[in-house]
Design a protein. Sequence first.
Lengths: 113, 117
Amino acid sequence: DAKTTQPNSMESNEEEPVHLPCNHSTISGTDYIHWYRQLPSQGPEYVIHGLTSNVNNRMASLAIAEDRKSSTLILHRATLRDAAVYYCILPLAGGTSYGKLTFGQGTILTVHP
Amino acid sequence: GAGVSQSPRYKVAKRGQDVALRCDPISGHVSLFWYQQALGQGPEFLTYFQNEAQLEKSRLLSDRFSAERPKGSFSTLEIQRTEQGDSAMYLCASSLADPGQGTYEQYFGPGTRLTVT
């Protein structure tokens, strides 16, 4: 499975934008980039995914570098509820366990009021 | 609509007891995954079902662990002769798994927190 690298932690102030980086230099042409987050004491929650083009949804935006070796999850206005561990993952795109997720350590996002 | 549900939410077992954890996926979801999450760590893959077929098991899944998904609906993860090292959050996720669209986002349940004393 292609690996991802994220900073261990980041901090933000409430109502400010947050840019969470992820490096995936060994990504293959068919790998989608997925982001999940896990709030305290909850199961992980799907945030967004993309392949080549930038993507927007109601939760966040995903900016993908032209060479696809890195991506950035953008929270446009952080709220206290966005404090969570954010995982950047390249799900298994083939084989028997299609879509299997390999979680790393993720980035712990702290949001200050 | 209803999301993924898991029961029980919390389970305390004495070492050596057998436990059974249940997962009800989102209706119509073909794929079902079990993950184990130790405190302070990211979730780790345990096993995968496509409908009722168990297609992959992680090496983490020792002989004491078994899982089934009869009729491709709910799934049960059973742990026999529990050990203190089995204490963890057990997460279940389901997915529609459409490879053509990369739409294999997984929807997770709240997890079962297992504590073995």
